[in-house]
Design a protein around this ligand. Sequence first.
Ligand SMILES: *[C@@H]1O[C@H](CO)[C@@H](O)[C@H](O)[C@H]1NC(C)=O
Length: 195
Amino acid sequence: MQCLGDAGVCRLCHFVLCVCVQVVELLLDSCLSADGELEGLSEDFSALEVLSLCNTGLKSLSKLPSLPKLKRLELSDNVLTSGLEVLAEKCPALSYLNLSGNSFKDLSAFKGLQKLSSLQSLDVDEDEEDEESWRERVFELLPQICFLNGFDQDHNQAPDDDGDYVEEDDDEEEDGGLFLGRALIRIRIGFIAIV
Ligand SMILES: *[C@@H]1O[C@H](CO)[C@@H](O)[C@H](O)[C@H]1NC(C)=O
């Protein structure tokens, strides 16, 4: 287990016991990014499983750090146009991705997700003109996904979440959750014995 150092969340070490705090969930919705770039997230956040960056003015994912445990990424309502291939490299365990409300021109932008083999569920803006053939083309382009905008290829609805995701509009402090300004973090505490 890795201790958080530079991220400065907390690190208390005694002679024999080290208390490590890992951020597993980070919700930064509506926290505006500088110049549309992702700033401030470093590899110290390598324990992250859920990251939410809705409506942050994000234009690029090029500064995404390596997040090997990330399973859920919310990127809706940003201004992304391309560069999705970085996700396969930095977040190889990603299974849920929400890209709705971005500025992708056409389906070719999603080609960058082809190498993201763990992806199961994808949310993107639909082509309202011809929804049926649009869905077919996305499933063809990304054969690994099971659910597109919440439904599978046979129009069955995706099962509910496993519930460990915090609703964004919940103003109350959650168990293990902590509000820092507008951000919500969820942490996991571990102990390491040092001999
Ligand atoms: C994806 O994001 C949009 C916009 O925020 C939201 O309406 C939609 O419910 C999200 N999809 C899921 C499955 O949460």
